[in-house]
Design a protein around this ligand. Structure first.
Ligand SMILES: NC(=O)CC[C@H](N)C(=O)O
Length: 201
């Protein structure tokens, strides 16, 4: 089966995510093509979507300016899988506590940007994640924390008592960067199931 995965690439380096998606797809015997999204028109062709980390104020400004924001909303409304990491999680949240980030309100959580404190702005932690047998090596880089979750949101992992991986229907959000190790289990968990694209409808 052929799968088209889109990685929103308006800012930052997205190649690690592309490799992780390809690895996860291969483990299911799927022929996955990754396409980088910088302008409107590509998202409707994508079976799964990834919103990467970066600078959420910049990504927010660009996805709205380029007309990608509405396409992301339509993808989510169609029940297609989406993984939003770090700044991506901030973007899909209901509220980031920062008026410079126009959130998409796809995930019923509020977040706090840069929540883990200056002395620990970047760190790696062995994270227990619901659905994974062994801990995941989670890399946090000036990471947000989830402050509150709505009743439809499942907390998949927490660190320091705060949710750092959540799921709501087709959407998985992580405060950490799952693409920075060779471990593609988070991409796998978000996108694939039973050797096909995860279905939530
Ligand atoms: N690694 C990241 O994506 C950091 C997110 C960044 N601190 C922000 O608030 O946008």
């Amino acid at each position: 089966m052929a799968v088209t995965a889109g990685v929103v690439a308006v800012q930052g380096d997205v190649s690690e995510h592309a490799r992780a998606i390809e690895r996860a797809g291969e483990s299911h015997g799927l022929d996955t093509t990754v396409t980088e999204i910088r302008t409107a028109g590509t998202v409707p062709d994508c079976d799964v979507l990834l919103l990467p980390g970066g600078e959420s104020t910049t990504i927010s400004r660009l996805v709205h300016r380029e007309g990608i924001a509405d396409e992301l909303r339509a993808h989510a409304a169609a029940g297609k899988p989406m993984l939003a990491t770090c700044a991506g999680l901030i973007l899909v949240s209901a509220d980031s506590g920062d008026e410079r980030v126009e959130t998409l309100d796809l995930l019923d959580v509020t977040v706090e940007r840069n929540a883990f404190g200056r002395q620990r702005e970047s760190f790696e932690a062995p994270l227990s994640v619901a659905g994974l047998d062994e801990t995941f090596p989670a890399v946090f880089i000036r990471a947000p924390a989830v402050e509150s979750v709505g009743s439809d949101v499942e907390v998949l992992a927490a660190w320091d008592g705060r949710p750092v991986a959540v799921r709501q229907g087709p959407l998985v959000g992580t405060a950490f960067h799952p693409e920075l190790t060779a471990d593609s289990r988070i991409h796998d968990l978000a996108f694939f199931d039973d050797d096909t694209v995860r279905s939530t409808v």
